[in-house]
Design a protein around this ligand. Structure first.
Ligand SMILES: [Zn+2]
Length: 139
């Protein structure tokens, strides 16, 4: 039995007593008290509904926040992996000055200090100071 149902029951009892709410001071007092109880009961039911709705919204927000957290932490992990991958795959491409064939400058070529064009077989020494390819004197 909710508060409103109890108040409705009380109101029914009062009406069954045929209280004179116009001339009887006691009857008027009881009538006013029951009216106030009805309003209080309705207010409490509204508050309970609001509290339940808020609880459900908080649950939804909590789930959404968990999704955001998983995405954020996944991105951090991926960033770490990307950094190491970028380091491993550190290379760039230049055009052969002789035959315009693309030359791949990677860690191996940088370590050896020269690169040989696979097309015209011209060797180039690698100037590490500004990452440019210059024609070797041997050519
Ligand atoms: Zn070439």
């Amino acid at each position: 039995m909710t508060i409103s149902e109890k108040v409705a029951y009380l109101k029914g009892l009062a009406e069954g007593l045929n209280l004179d709410t116009e001339k009887s001071k006691e009857g008027k007092l009881i009538s006013v008290m029951i009216g106030i109880l009805e309003e209080v009961g309705l207010s409490i039911e509204d508050l309970e509904e609001n509290a339940q709705a808020l609880g459900e919204e908080i649950d939804v927000l909590s789930d959404d926040l968990a999704d955001v957290e998983s995405v954020v932490f996944e991105d951090e992990d991926e960033d770490d992996e990307d950094e190491s991958e970028d380091y491993d795959d550190d290379w760039f491409e230049v055009e052969c000055p002789t035959c315009e064939e693309p030359l791949i400058i990677d860690d191996k070529a940088l370590a050896e200090g020269f690169i040989q064009c696979p097309n015209c077989e011209t060797k180039y020494s690698l100037d590490l100071s500004d990452d440019t390819v210059e024609a070797d004197d041997e050519e």
